[in-house]
Write a protein that binds this ligand. Structure first.
Ligand SMILES: C=CC1=C(C)c2cc3[nH]c(cc4nc(cc5[nH]c(cc1n2)c(C)c5CCC(=O)O)C(CCC(=O)O)=C4C)c(C)c3C=C
Ligand SMILES: [Fe+2]
Ligand SMILES: [Fe+2]
Length: 392
């Protein structure tokens, strides 16, 4: 039962309108350069042998993990961690599906955008991953070849963190300032969208599908365990907005569900010995079992496609352990190829392009202009100024 009839109407229109999408057209017609929609994300190794390169790029990123003597220590940590992470990618089918899903989402989004906002058509989706191919350099070369003059940096992290979206924007700024992204390109940014009604609707629909697997008589007892990748407390404590924004997503989804179930927000994938945001997802499931709450759904809330955190950590580790404790645990699907979600991406981009063209918004959001109160990273300041001037 939907508490908000308008949400249900939106969902219906989103899914029926997306069904009419027969072919994917993502190539610009000759003569007119496309509006580039650059999808920013971390990426993942598409095949097991690419794991070491992915980890090396990740540990080299000082915006994510600042290390002393980074260029010496990062390859060493990556090498040590590679066998364990390779095994995890092997166990989930031989690699990360993020490139496949981002391509699919981008192509379908661009096709929808041509209909929703013909004034800036043709639109072309580009992918710029931070740690795996296609890296920003490769994307930049493609955009230059296509003659892109108008581009939107569209983060694929629904909620903003300096360690994720911030890092991708810093990388884009480094390339932009060196001219690698092309001369005279006008940039704007979609930097967060964790309470967009289409995103909320897509998550809610996936939860409803998972709920339907439980006995109807006791369905309202099922605990919804929203799980997000954790953050080191050092990042939380410098004023990073991610924890607040993930919480806002959870609140919006629960409103859409009419608060049909009890719920908690828990945190996963803590790495290394430092203090991280908790409670840990795995521990929380064990705690529920101890308290006699034996039915739960794990809900990924901070990522738009499957990855080792869902397919390995949630499915193969935590859910399995909880079942051994006598629990019934399901996982709601990741957004992946959800037409409702893809429509939401197109709506976000179309609204942004429309409002930007009309002069109703600037090239970045007000919220993006504010640095974390505890930020000491000079790149963040330069990046924000560069994007606020439209990439100049
Ligand atoms: C919103 C999502 C994510 C946030 C926030 C995030 C912060 C963050 N991550 C690390 C360290 C690692 N993350 C690793 C993998 C990884 N991280 C995310 C998402 C977020 N990270 C994903 C989806 C993945 C997996 C990618 C895939 O499967 O395709 C890894 C590598 C794996 C491992 O060695 O365990 C590390 C390391 C930090 C330090 C951090 C915040 C500062
Ligand atoms: Fe910052
Ligand atoms: Fe991570």
């Amino acid at each position: 039962m939907h508490k908000f009839p308008q949400a249900r109407a939106l969902a219906r229109s989103l899914s029926t309108r997306s069904r009419g999408l027969a072919t994917l057209h993502n190539a610009p017609p000759a003569g007119k350069s496309p509006t580039g929609i650059v999808m920013l994300n971390m990426g993942g190794p598409a095949t097991v042998p690419e794991t070491n390169d992915f980890l090396r790029n990740l540990f080299m990123d000082g915006d994510l993990i600042p290390l002393p003597f980074q260029s010496l220590i990062a390859p060493w940590i990556a090498r040590r961690r590679t066998p364990q992470i390779e095994q995890q990618y092997a166990d989930i089918g031989g690699g990360s599906p993020i490139l496949r899903y981002t391509r699919l989402q981008g192509e379908r989004m661009a096709a929808l955008l041509d209909e929703l906002h013909p004034a800036t058509a043709p639109h072309k989706a580009y992918i710029a991953f931070r740690y795996a191919k296609p890296l920003t350099d490769e994307t930049a070369a493609e955009m230059k070849r296509d003659g892109v003059k108008r581009a939107v940096a569209f983060t694929q992290y629904p909620q903003y963190s300096c360690s994720t979206t911030g890092s991708s924007l810093n990388e884009l700024w480094r390339k932009g300032r060196s001219g690698a992204l092309g001369e005279g390109v006008e940039w704007s940014v979609i930097d967060r969208w964790g309470t967009h009604p289409g995103f909320v609707e897509a998550i809610a629909q996936n939860i409803e599908r998972a709920l339907s697997k439980f006995d109807e008589a006791t369905r309202s007892d099922v605990v919804l365990m929203f799980s997000a990748h954790s953050l080191p407390m050092s990042v939380v404590n410098r004023g990073d907005p991610y924890v607040l924004e993930v919480s806002a997503s959870v609140a919006a989804v629960m409103d859409r569900l009419g608060h049909s179930n009890p719920y908690r927000l828990v945190w996963q994938s803590q790495v290394g010995p430092s203090a991280w945001m908790g409670m840990k997802t795995g521990e929380a499931l064990k705690g529920l079992a101890r308290l006699g709450r034996k039915k739960a759904i794990l809900v990924p809330i901070a990522f738009t496609s499957d990855h080792i955190e869902t397919l390995y950590e949630l499915d193969l580790e935590y859910a399995k352990e909880a079942r051994e404790l006598g629990m019934q645990v399901e996982r709601s699907d990741s957004l992946n190829d959800s037409p409702v979600f893809i429509r939401a991406l197109a709506d976000l981009a179309a609204t942004h392009l429309k409002e930007y063209s009309a002069g109703a918004i600037g090239s970045t959001s007000l919220q993006m202009g504010l640095r974390c109160p505890g930020c000491t990273n000079a790149t963040c300041a330069q990046q924000k100024t560069w994007f606020a001037r439209g990439g100049r």
